[in-house]
Write a protein that binds this ligand. Sequence first.
Ligand code: HEM
Length: 223
Amino acid sequence: MGDKRIRITTVSQKYIMALAGIFLMLFLVVHLSINLLMVVGDDGKLFGQAVQFMLTNPLIKITEYVLFGGFIVHILLGVILWAVNNRARPVKYSKSLKTENSMFSKYMIHTGVIILIFLFIHFFHFFFVKAGIVPIPEVAEGDKHDFFSMAVVTFQNPLYSFIYLVSFVFLGFHLKHAFQSAFQSLGLNHNKYTPAIKFIGTLYAIVISVGFAIIPIYFYFFY
Ligand code: HEM
């Protein structure tokens, strides 16, 4: 009875986590699409227009709150599920049970923590400036929404460019498993479609991490 209840709550937690995860994955597509406007070679004009649109659209404001809610729910449930799984499986799997799949899933909590640390550093460069928590860098000349100039100073610093690039590798690992895992948690996996879902998940993870990596590389080497 108790076991059954634990199983039901674990399943519903996985369900909610998957929904939050899918929302975050969609956010990354939008975030990357806008950020890539930084590298079109017009000194951030087009990017600046997109930022203006995002800042003035009330729907985007609401989405920002949902986004932070999504992050918090995803992180909290992720840690709880990890702790429950660890308790439920005191004896480790034997080597023969290890699959390529479990290799990626095993490190979700670790890659997740690395992404969280990255986010904290990332917020210092942009979001905390916008929120007035961190002073506006000189280069932005008092404009807390001049994210292009902030990107220039951030990525021309080799240490920050390196931290961002390494974080994107871990983000890629996290997303590769997250994508197929979300489908599985929602009960949408099917023997026939699993290979396709895995393939799209891998492709998504590569496009997102390589796409983001273009930005520090552009500012450090080519700007
Ligand atoms: C080179 C890569 C990236 C650049 C140049 C970049 C740039 C920015 C900028 C300019 C903002 C401020 C936007 C605003 O507050 O209106 C921002 C906010 C944010 N970024 Fe990034 N970002 C990058 C990668 C990432 C990644 C990989 C993640 C997630 C893992 C992420 C998550 C966020 C979140 C959650 C916010 C705050 C929400 C928001 O204001 O939209 N960013 N980023």
